[in-house]
Design a protein around this ligand. Structure first.
Ligand code: PMP
Length: 421
């Protein structure tokens, strides 16, 4: 396709050199609706990966809410607008009681950054404990908490990692105790250095550690250690939040209550809005002693988008739909593990699934790349991630149908057959 090659060349000449494209044959998009993406050549793709358009691409409820609001008022949070209050009350209604205040940002990274500042202020300590292959964002602080960016991206000072626990390799009854012991060891290191522990920051499904679906409750022993240390628990819900894992929040599945919860990506279905939701106790001293104002955060247009997202998730019962469709998808992936030599382990929670490729003893990132590219050629967009980049990551928008779940599994079956030949 000479046209795509031409666009790639223009992109290389104009955009910063950090940008990466998905797929050996990149996809150039013209439009999208629901779970269907349309390329500039008219070809259609099933979006089985993008967790931002949580209620589907170009959802009419969001489009209408945003355009109406844009024609009415758009300003910042130094004025009272009723819509932000309506939205905040509704959002907080989806959290357990002690999580009772929300502060808006524009991106997940800013929200991570803010949560860390709040935790450091509250505890008077600097240390952060994160997982080994975590990704938490783009700001200096968040990038310093993102070892998944590789060895050329240095960790921040006072940031200590704990080993990620592989679901496939660890007996279920040992995961919780292991995580707690690892947190304790990291805390000892931070105390010895004089930093102390301000917070443990974890994504409950360990998205960039390969999507690890540990037994329910596995975070509880580690939470007890955090309480004992007088540190805060920051839950990064940028990926699992808003129904993705079949419950409103990922942490909810594991029966813990964080001090601060970071929200992002799906919150505005593509409009930039993110937030920190937390206890008043965690936030009060920072709020009283440090000024925080984020110009675009919580603007009425983004709030309108976020309100439409809540309307649709609630009205269409997308959280229970995600749980039901996720079971169907995972059943299909488990069958592929039975029928394909190269498919080793399938796991998932709600519409967040992973399939490890390789042999029983070694993950195969090249095979994963071939499968991802083969899927793209067959019209289904997914990606590979995890420590070895050998786990297929499947994470479609929530309104997926049973037929579309089956399409993902059937296409994967055919592509695996092809690459195994
Ligand atoms: N945390 C997690 C778990 C993420 O996946 C991301 C984005 N990939 C972020 C934080 C940062 O969010 P943003 O890109 O909106 O700054």
């Amino acid at each position: 396709e000479p046209k795509i090659a031409e666009l790639v060349a223009r992109r290389d000449r104009a955009l910063g050199p950090s940008y990466r494209l998905f797929y050996d044959e990149p996809v150039a998009l013209a439009s999208a609706s629901g779970l269907e993406l349309v390329g500039i050549d008219g070809r259609t793709y099933l979006d089985a990966y993008n967790n931002v358009p949580v209620i589907g691409h170009s959802h009419p409820a969001v489009t209408a809410a945003v355009s109406t609001q844009l024609q009415t008022l758009n300003t910042h949070t130094r004025y009272i607008t009723e819509s932000i209050l309506d939205y905040s009350e509704r959002l907080l209604g989806h959290f357990p009681a002690p999580l009772e205040r929300v502060t808006y940002t524009c991106t997940g990274s800013e929200a991570i950054d803010l949560a860390v500042r709040i935790a450091r202020h509250r505890t008077g300590r600097r240390g952060l404990i994160i997982s080994e292959h975590a990704y938490h964002g783009t700001t200096v602080t968040a990038a310093g908490m993102s070892p998944s960016l590789g060895p050329n991206n240095p960790l921040g000072t006072d940031v200590v990692t704990i080993p990620s626990v592989d679901t496939a390799a660890t007996p279920a009854d040992q995961v919780g105790a292991k995580l707690a012991a690892d947190v304790r060891a990291a805390a000892a290191q931070l105390e010895e250095s004089g930093a102390g522990v301000a917070a443990v920051v974890l994504d409950s499904i360990l998205s960039s550690d390969g999507v690890q679906t540990h037994p329910l409750g596995f975070l509880q022993p580690a939470e007890a250690v955090v309480r004992e240390l007088g540190a805060l628990w920051i839950a990064d819900e940028v990926q699992p939040g808003f129904g993705r894992t079949g419950t409103w929040w990922g942490f909810e599945r594991h029966g813990i209550v964080p001090d601060l919860v970071v929200l992002g990506k799906p919150m505005g279905n593509g409009m930039p809005i993110a937030a920190v939701v937390g206890t008043l106790d965690a936030q009060a001293s920072f709020g009283a002693e440090v000024r925080y104002f984020n110009t675009f955060a919580g603007n009425p247009v983004s709030i309108a988008a976020a309100t439409a997202v809540l309307d649709v998730i609630e009205g269409d019962e997308l959280v229970s739909h995600a749980a039901a469709m996720g079971t169907r998808l995972l059943d299909g992936l488990q069958e592929l593990v039975q029928s394909h030599e190269s498919a080793q382990h399938a796991r998932g929670a709600g519409l967040f699934a992973a399939l490890d490729l390789g042999t029983p003893t070694s993950p195969d990132p090249e095979l994963a790349a071939r499968v991802v590219n083969g899927m793209r050629q067959s019209g289904v967009l997914i990606s590979a991630s995890g420590p070895a980049a050998a786990s297929l990551k499947i994470r479609p928008p929530l309104p997926i149908s049973s037929a579309q779940c089956d399409q993902i599994v059937e296409t994967l079956d055919a592509v695996l057959m092809e690459v195994e030949r």
